[in-house]
Ligand binder design. Structure first.
Ligand code: ZN
Length: 106
């Protein structure tokens, strides 16, 4: 019997992605559908979980904190959205109110 261990970050990603239809909530880019998260590899940087990449290298999905953790945001589902690499890296640690209109398309 194999034991499948899912990290809390991975569980958050799968839950968030399922709710958001595997689509970036900011720009609408469709991310590869992977029901179980099987084959998703977690990327770490300096001890922090950055996101996930699929074995085929295509999917790069993040659970973005709408209010960044560094600004007091929590891991509550209400504060989490599925985000693509592009939007996640462009948004950074800013609040939505600090971003220009349509920042994801600029
Ligand atoms: Zn996006």
């Amino acid at each position: 019997m194999s034991v499948h261990v899912m990290s809390p970050a991975k569980r958050r990603l799968i839950t968030t992605a399922a709710r958001d239809g595997w689509t970036c909530r900011y720009c609408g880019h469709a991310l590869v559908h992977a029901d179980t998260g099987e084959g998703l590899e977690e990327i770490h940087y300096q001890g922090r979980s950055l996101g996930f990449i699929a074995a085929d290298g295509y999917l790069f999905a993040y659970t973005d904190h709408v209010v960044p953790r560094s600004r007091g945001g929590t891991d509550h589902p209400d504060n989490l959205v599925l985000s693509c690499l592009w939007c996640n890296s462009r948004k950074g640690a800013r609040l939505l109110s600090e971003l220009p209109d349509q920042w994801w398309a600029a």
